[in-house]
Design a protein around this ligand. Structure first.
Ligand code: FAD
Ligand code: FES
Length: 270
């Protein structure tokens, strides 16, 4: 079920220099949201900025009826978002899009996050633990430019899953990029015995995707595209997905509707 609601801000916390967590009250969304789905958010009744922006769900507390998002204040929309105060409301449309599908069986689940791509993967890890997947079968690789931009350190720690951190500057964990520890995990477990789930900047997604394709590891990717409507109407968010049903060899699918989660083996990156 999808909602359009004005929801109050309960907490607005700065996590790092440009990174913030917003906790919002909405029992409906806390109940319905699934890992990988997103919310289209609008904060200004004067419609400036005019279009909503998509944000993934980070943490859900169904008992308290709350959910949170983490955002990086980088452009016009998110710079405006950071001025919003506790007690003010945001217009939230969602949950939207397709969730990650948790593969069953005796496999190792590998969650690969980059920067503000970590929120939906933390939510996914939380649901996996609730579903009774053993902690030894969940591995997280969480990367960012520097330690302060890593999302979810405390939360993953509390959940008890094993996390390998990577940073470009070596300020925490492995100095380098997420594909290096990912390759080790895949080779150790055997790529066919794994399921990779990933979210992050497009360059990282392509690198993770290329590695999984070359090793034959299944991988679900949440793509980051602009989403002018988020409702499957405008076609402003399409991605090329392989098909053998036409001569071109691909269809354009809407990342807001058929996605944002796709099988990486079917994505054609342009
Ligand atoms: C499924 C999904 C989940 C996401 N989850 C997160 C998250 O959890 N945290 C996070 O920080 N980011 C997330 N993002 C990215 C986030 O939506 C963008 O960072 C945000 O839209 C950009 O806001 P901004 O203030 O940084 O940039 P802006 O300055 O608002 O936009 C940058 C440029 O893009 C254009 N633009 C952006 N959106 C639209 C649009 N809808 N229609 C027309 N033009 C547009 C603007 O005109 C501008 O030129 C997610 C994206 C997707 C697709
Ligand atoms: S954002 Fe309009 S169709 Fe996807």
């Amino acid at each position: 079920m999808r909602y359009q609601l004005d929801v109050p801000i309960l907490e607005h916390k700065q996590l790092a220099e440009f990174e913030f967590e917003l906790t919002l009250k909405s029992p409906e969304i806390a109940r319905e949201a699934r890992p990988g789905q997103f919310m289209q958010i609008l904060y200004d009744q004067s419609y400036n900025p005019f279009t909503r922006r998509p944000f993934s769900v980070f943490h859900v507390d169904p008992d308290a009826g709350t959910f949170s998002i983490v955002y990086l204040a980088r452009g016009v929309f998110t710079q405006g978002l950071r001025n919003k105060q506790v007690g003010q409301t945001l217009s939230v449309l969602g949950p939207l899009g397709q969730e990650y599908s948790v593969t069953t069986g005796d496999i190792t689940h590998v969650l690969v996050a980059g920067g503000v791509g970590a929120p939906p993967l933390y939510f996914l890890a939380e649901r996996m633990v609730e579903q009774g997947i053993p902690l030894s079968k969940i591995k997280v690789v969480n990367g960012a430019r520097t330690q302060s931009l890593l999302v979810g350190i405390e939360e993953f720690d509390t959940l008890g899953v094993s996390v390998i951190y990577t940073t470009d500057d070596g300020s925490l964990g492995h100095q380098g990029i997420v594909t290096e520890p990912l390759e080790e995990i895949l080779l150790e477990a055997g790529p066919e015995n794994t399921q990779v789930y990933t979210c992050g900047p497009t360059g990282m997604l392509r690198a993770v995707g290329d590695l999984c394709v070359s090793l034959g590891a299944p991988c679900q990717v949440s793509v980051e595209t602009m989403m002018p409507c988020g409702l499957g109407v405008c076609m402003g968010c399409v991605v090329k997905i392989k098909t053998d049903k036409n001569e071109a060899g691909f269809n354009y699918l809407r990342s807001c509707f058929e996605g944002p989660v796709f099988d990486v083996h079917e994505v054609i990156w342009d």
